[in-house]
Design a protein around this ligand. Sequence first.
Ligand SMILES: Cc1cc2nc3c(=O)[nH]c(=O)nc-3n(C[C@H](O)[C@H](O)[C@H](O)COP(=O)(O)OP(=O)(O)OC[C@H]3O[C@@H](n4cnc5c(N)ncnc54)[C@H](O)[C@@H]3O)c2cc1C
Length: 380
Amino acid sequence: MFLTETHEAVREMTRQFAEDVIRPVAEELDRDERFPDEIYRQMGELGLFGIGVPEELGGPGFDTLSYSIVMEELSRGYASIADQCGLVELISTLLVRHGSKEQQKKWLVSAIKSEIKVAYCITEPEAGTDVSGLRTVADKTDDGWLLNGGKIWIHNAPVADVGFVLARTDKDAGHRGMSIFIVDLNAEGVERGPKEHKMGQRASQVGALNFDNVKLPEDALLGREGRGFHMMMSVLDKGRVGIASLAVGIGQAGLEAALDYSQQRKQFGQQIADFQGVQWMLADMAKDIEAARLLVQKATFAIDNGLEATKACSMAKCFAGDMAVARTADAVQIFGGSGYIRGFEVERLYRDAKITQIYEGTNQIQRMIIARELIKHGAR
Ligand SMILES: Cc1cc2nc3c(=O)[nH]c(=O)nc-3n(C[C@H](O)[C@H](O)[C@H](O)COP(=O)(O)OP(=O)(O)OC[C@H]3O[C@@H](n4cnc5c(N)ncnc54)[C@H](O)[C@@H]3O)c2cc1C
C-alpha cells in the first residue's frame, strides 16, 4: 500500500519513541503492573493522542491509516501503551462526532494533551457481548440525571478522570433506550474497584466502577438521548482497526525477536535459523503479519474514503488477533525453553496477544458480523 511522506514521517517518529522510551521499560511495567504516567504525559506532548481530531478542534487531523501506523508502532514497543492511544481515539471520535461545542472544549484538548485519562464504559456483569443485558440506569431529575449501576473490566477505571458511560434511559426501549453520559469519576457516589491482575497487557489498569446515586448535570448527556448504543457502535469500526493494528505490532515484535534469536542460538554446530523447521515458522510469521497489515490498510482505506467499512474492519480485527496469538506462539517455540521464561520478550508478547481476540468485540462476534455482511451483500 502506498504511504505518503506524512505516513512515513508518522511511522518514523512513533517508532523512534517506542524504541527509545517504551521498549526499554516494557518488561518492568509488565512485572510491576505499573501504569507509566511519565510515558502517558510524553505521548500527549508528542501528539500521539487524538490522531483523527481535526486541527480546528486541537488535533493533528490525520487519517485512519496514520492512526493504524501509530497503534502498530506503539504496540511494537508495548501493547499496554498503544491501548491508551486507542482509548483516547475512541473517546475523541465520539466527542468530534456527537459532542456539543462546550463538551468538545472541556474534554477534547485535555484528553489529547494527556492532562486527563479517559475510560470507555460499556461492559457489565450481565452485559458482555450482549449489550442488551445493560442494567446501569440514568433517571431524569429536575436539573440533570441520577446514575446508578456498575461496570466491570473497564480500561483505566482505577486511574481515569472521566468515563464515557453507556446507561439505560428508557428500560422499555431496548437498544433505543440507551444513552451515553460523560461522568466525572471523582464525583460523589462513584466507587472504583481494585485493579484486576491480568494475564497480559499488565501495565493497563483495568477494574470496576460502581455508581451509587451519582448526580449528573444536564450537559453530561452526549448527543441525543436514546442514541447511545448506536453512537458507541458507530465508533467501533475505528476501534477494531486500532486493535488490529495493535495485534500487528505485537506480531512484528515477536518476529523481530525470533529472527534475531534464531541467528544467535546454535545447536548441532549451526545457527538454528539454518534448520528448515525454524525457517518455516519464521516465514509463516512474516507472511501472516503482512497479510494482517494489508487487511488493516484496506479497512483504513474504506473508513478514510467513506466506503462501507464494517466487514473490512471485522476481518482485520479477527485475522490480526488470531494471527498475533498463533505467531507469538511460534516466537516462543523458536526461543525453546527460554521463550517460556519471564524476562524474555516473547513470553510477554504471547500473553499480551491473547486479549486481542477478546476485547473490542470477541473474534466470534467478528465472524458473526462478517457472515451477516456476506449474507446481506453477497460474497464479493
Ligand atoms: C483486559 C480487558 C479490558 C477491557 N476493557 C474494556 C473497556 O475499556 N470497556 C468496556 O466496556 N469493556 C472492556 N472489556 C470487556 C470486554 O469488551 C468483554 O470482555 C468482551 O466484550 C466479552 O464479553 P464477556 O467477557 O462478557 O464474554 P461473553 O459475552 O460472556 O462471551 C463468552 C464467550 O461466548 C462467546 N459468545 C458470546 N455470544 C456469542 C454468540 N452470539 N455467538 C458466538 N459466540 C458467542 C464469546 O465470543 C466468548 O467466547 C475489557 C475486558 C478485558 C479482559
